[in-house]
Every structure is written in C-alpha cells, then in structure tokens.
Design a binder for this molecule. Structure first.
Ligand code: 5GP
Ligand code: ZN
Length: 114
C-alpha cells in the first residue's frame, strides 16, 4: 500500500525506532508513547485490521503475538505486567489502518476495564 504510513515504515521510507525485526514482523516505538514502554508490533504485509489478518494468515497473526510476548521480555515488563491493545475500527480509536498491536508496560491500565 503506497499511501500507508506503516508500509512506509516497513520499507524504510519513514524512519522509526525499531525494537524487533524478523522476516515477517516489525516492532518499533510509538511516536507518542502513552506508557514507559509503548511499542507497536505489525506484520510487514499490509492488512487493515485484526479480522483481515487472522482470516488471511492466522500463522502470521501468531507470529505477531509471539513477537509481542518477546518484546515484553526484552523490555523488562514480562514479570511486572503488560497490556496488548488492538484497536479495530475508527470508533475504537484505530487511526492507522495497517493492523498493529500496542505493547504497553510500566504503567497500570487496569482501571480501563474496572
Ligand atoms: P491506533 O490509534 O491506530 O491504534 O494507533 C496508531 C499509533 O501510531 C498511535 O499510538 C500513534 O502515536 C502512532 N503513530 C502515528 N504516527 C506514527 C509515526 O509516524 N511513527 C510511529 N512510530 N508511530 C506513529
Ligand atoms: Zn500498510
């Protein structure tokens, strides 16, 4: 997708602070972090949202989730606790329509669901 910001980050046309890169998955720091750890994990292939990704390539969805867990380890939040957030659709707060998960840690988001 030529007009997708995250595809441009994958291509290296837009700079990012990468924390993990595999053949199929990229993770980089959110430009406006909402917690001490705030990393975005994406498949390199463009899918608009979680539904499209899981329908087209469930194995890739698993790779993205495994990468999120690995980032929690490498960021030092695996033991203290972390949140995985996947906004789907505009009303839910999705602003970039290249599927991504937010890995958040170092701050409690528990009251959100209390
Ligand atoms: P969404 O609201 O779609 O779930 O999350 C999009 C996220 O992308 C936001 O947290 C926003 O701060 C982040 N973001 C937007 N533009 C950029 C950018 O150019 N680089 C990086 N690293 N993050 C971005
Ligand atoms: Zn994209």
């Amino acid at each position: 997708m030529t007009d997708c910001l995250f595809c441009k980050i994958v291509a290296g046309d837009v700079p990012s602070t990468k924390v993990l890169e595999t053949e199929h998955v990229l993770a980089f720091r959110d430009i406006q972090p909402k917690a001490p750890t705030h990393v975005l994990v994406i498949p390199k292939t463009h899918y608009a949202n979680i539904a499209e990704l899981t329908a087209a390539d469930p194995a890739l969805a698993g790779e993205v989730l495994a990468a999120a867990a690995g980032i929690a380890e490498s960021e030092g939040i695996a033991e203290t606790g972390w949140n995985l957030l996947g906004n789907t659709g505009a009303e839910a707060g999705q602003t970039i329509f290249h599927v991504h998960f937010h890995v958040l840690g170092g701050k409690s988001f528990e009251p959100l669901l209390a």
